[in-house]
Structures are given as structure tokens and as C-alpha cells.
Design a protein around this ligand. Structure first.
Ligand code: FAD
Length: 354
């Protein structure tokens, strides 16, 4: 039996597995390795941290199939020379084809103390830990969120709506949500004003100490500091000696494998692609990898050009009833984008649970 090993059952890994299952050749075994026992809907981790959602509602079982084994274990190292993956318990897993979909980690941009003194919403366990800390704060406790992108904004909004806290959101740009049109940015800023969330624009976080954020060198006290100011590929990927872009993401061929090895594919946040990393991108790319693998199994020629990955747009939440988004270049604000986001999440749960 040949072995296809998938590292990570996140958006990329899970989509890939679901797409190839109906087409598996009889002589192939698939092994999916993840440190957590379920696929988690990571896009909702801000709500786990805020305590407005339980982790059970975001977990989706991995698909079952006689040719698929799920191993719950931590990957420690990938040996591309020997075609082996090493697990933290010391066990090696050999592969014929490998999919690397290990996602990302916080990028602290060398800000001293940020790794030690800030909380995170990048994994389910870190989000739960962040929630534990936030839950223990007294009324009017002060929370700093560093990073005014999608996840920082969603966390600030969810906390502002659900808890009696003083929330400060720091961003180094002259606007939060810099990737969105002005209409969206202004709407979100006004929403924050009504909820008394203080937005610090043009901030420069130079250092973090226990309960202290240094903005432009001046210390500001907080009871909890959450880091949402950037991501980098998983450390297993950072340790690989392959060609990467400036963000540490792996350069790939048009068929999404390493340029020097057609048996090793990279999906999602670890891959260098033409769009910023997102769950949607990871899924779209996974569908293309599935197409490449299935074509190979069926002896079909691959097209000379792969089609561009289609992205539908991004939606964000401002608590449970309000939101924003950018779909087909149209800026959306208010209840409608929130309702669409809820619908997308619901559809995801139903589709994946099948
Ligand atoms: C709060 C928040 C909100 C977001 N909102 C959106 C949104 O609205 N829309 C959108 O498109 N994107 C959103 N994103 C981004 C999106 O979640 C990621 O881009 C997406 O999860 C990437 O998919 P992936 O498959 O590369 O990695 P992931 O989905 O992160 O999956 C990686 C998997 O690898 C496993 N893993 C990691 N390391 C190891 C190891 N050493 N051993 C074993 N297993 C390991 C993890 O457990 C995980 O299951 C959001 C992210 C956050 C944090």
C-alpha cells in the first residue's frame, strides 16, 4: 500500500481529505495527523476567547473511511530526504506523498516580551486559556488587543458586547482593518465609539512586560494583553530547508508541490500564494491539490495552466448582530453581512458533519 500523509486537519487538510475520499485508489492509504482530535472552525476562535461560544460547537469530526487513519499526535519534524515525518513520541511515519497543512503561529515581530506576556487566539487551547484569563478579570478590567486586523477587531467587538471591560485596540496603521474600504473602516470605528472601545492608531508597540504595553516607548497598564498583530507559518515549516518568501511561506509550483519534489504539497497558511492567507484560500487551494492528486491517480494529464483560486470575499463580526464584509468588491456593513456570516458558518457545520 502507498501512503499519503496529511499533516494538519485544519481548513486545508480537512478540505483535501473530504475532496479525495470519493476517488481513493484501492492501493492507497491516507493518514491524517493532527494534535487535536477534531477539525476546528478556527475563524470563530475570537468567540472562544470571549466565552460566547463553547469549543464543542466549533468541532467537526474527521471523515471516516476504511482507507483513512486519523492519528492524534504532535508532528515534530519533517525529513524531506528520507520521506518521513517524526512525531513528538519519537515515532516516524513514512510517506509516498505528503501534504503539509500545519497552519500558522503568532508573529511577534521581535517585540520584546510579546511571546511571554501576551495571550493568543491562534489555537483552540490558547483561545481557551485566553478565555480563562479574561473570565477572571473584574468589571472594568483593562484589556489591550494588539493588532487591528480581522481577528483583533472581531475579538474586541465580541468582548465589548459581552463583558464589562475597558478595551483598547492598538494598530500601527492610521486605520484599523487596513485591507477594507473606507466605508467599512469608518463603520467599524463608529461601532467601537458607541461601545467605548478605544482605538489607538499609528501605535508602535516597542515592548511588552507583565500587564504593561509600551506604545511609542511609554508604558500603559492592562490586566490582560492579547496579541493579534501578525502570523507566520508553523515552526515545523520554518525549520524546513526549502525556498520561502519574505513571510516564511513556502514557494510552490503551479500544482502546489515543492518545485523540487512533486510528492510534497503545501496547503493553507504555510504556502506562498497570490492572496493573503485565509480559510477560504486554504480550502480553494486544497481543492486544486485534490484535483492534481486525483488526475495523477487516474492517469490524466494536468492542464498547463491551473485556474485562479476563486475567493468570494471576507466577512467579519461585530458581536452577534452586527458585522461588515467585502464581497465581490462591494462593501457591506450592518446586520446583512452578520447574517450571511452566520449562514456560512452554519452551512460549514452541516456540510462537514456529513
Ligand atoms: C480569530 C480568527 C478569525 C479568522 N477569520 C477568518 C475569516 O473570517 N475568514 C477566513 O477566510 N479566514 C479567517 N481566519 C484565518 C483562517 O483561520 C486561516 O487562514 C486558516 O485556518 C488556515 O487554514 P490552514 O489549513 O492553513 O491551517 P489551520 O486551519 O490553522 O489548520 C492547521 C492544523 O494543523 C494542526 N497542527 C499545527 N501544528 C501541528 C503539529 N505540530 N502537529 C500536529 N498538528 C498540528 C492544528 O491543530 C490545525 O488543525 C481567521 C483566523 C483567526 C485566528
Amino acid at each position: 500500500m502507498k501512503k499519503l500523509v496529511i499533516l494538519g486537519g485544519g481548513y486545508g487538510g480537512m478540505q483535501l481529505l473530504s475532496s479525495i475520499i470519493p476517488h481513493l485508489p484501492y492501493n492507497l492509504m491516507v493518514i491524517l495527523i493532527d494534535k487535536v482530535p477534531f477539525h476546528f472552525l478556527k475563524t470563530e476562535y475570537y468567540a472562544i476567547a470571549a466565552g460566547t461560544v463553547q469549543d464543542q460547537s466549533l468541532q467537526i469530526p474527521f471523515p471516516k473511511h476504511p482507507q483513512v487513519s486519523i492519528i492524534q499526535a504532535e508532528v515534530e519534524k519533517i525529513d524531506l530526504e528520507k520521506n518521513k515525518v517524526w512525531l513528538s513520541d519519537g515515532n516516524p511515519i513514512a510517506y509516498n506523498d505528503l501534504i503539509i497543512g500545519l497552519g500558522c503561529e503568532d508573529d511577534y515581530h521581535q517585540v520584546e516580551g510579546a511571546d511571554k506576556y501576551t495571550h493568543s487566539i491562534q489555537t483552540i487551547s490558547k483561545s481557551k486559556h485566553t478565555h480563562k484569563h479574561l473570565q477572571g478579570l473584574p468589571d472594568n478590567g483593562k484589556v489591550a488587543i494588539i493588532g487591528g486586523g480581522l481577528s483583533g477587531v472581531e475579538l474586541a467587538a465580541e468582548l465589548a458586547e459581552s463583558k464589562k471591560l475597558q478595551i483598547a485596540l492598538f494598530d500601527r496603521g492610521n486605520a484599523i482593518l487596513s485591507a477594507y474600504p473606507k466605508k467599512v473602516r469608518n463603520y467599524v470605528e463608529r461601532w467601537f465609539e458607541t461601545k467605548k472601545v478605544i482605538v489607538y492608531k499609528n501605535s508602535e508597540i516597542t515592548r511588552i512586560e507583565e500587564n504593561l504595553v509600551y506604545n511609542h516607548g511609554s508604558p500603559m497598564p492592562f490586566d490582560c494583553i492579547v496579541w493579534t498583530a501578525g502570523i507566520q507559518p508553523n515552526k515545523i515549516v520554518r525549520a524546513l530547508d526549502v525556498e520561502k518568501d519574505k513571510k516564511g511561506r513556502i514557494f510552490l509550483s503551479k500544482y502546489h508541490h515543492l518545485p523540487s519534489n512533486e510528492h510534497v504539497f503545501v496547503v493553507g497558511d504555510c504556502a506562498s500564494l497570490n492572496h493573503p492567507p485565509s480559510a477560504q484560500l486554504a480550502r480553494g487551494q486544497a481543492e486544486q491539490i485534490a484535483f492534481v492528486l486525483i488526475s495523477k491517480w487516474q492517469g490524466k494529464l494536468l492542464p498547463y495552466h491551473m485556474p485562479p483560486i476563486k475567493l468570494k470575499g471576507v466577512l467579519g463580526s461585530l458581536g452577534k448582530k452586527d458585522g461588515f464584509g467585502l464581497i465581490a468588491k462591494t462593501a457591506l456593513t450592518g446586520r446583512i453581512p452578520r447574517l450571511i456570516k452566520r449562514g456560512v458558518l452554519w452551512k460549514d457545520k452541516i456540510k462537514k458533519a456529513k
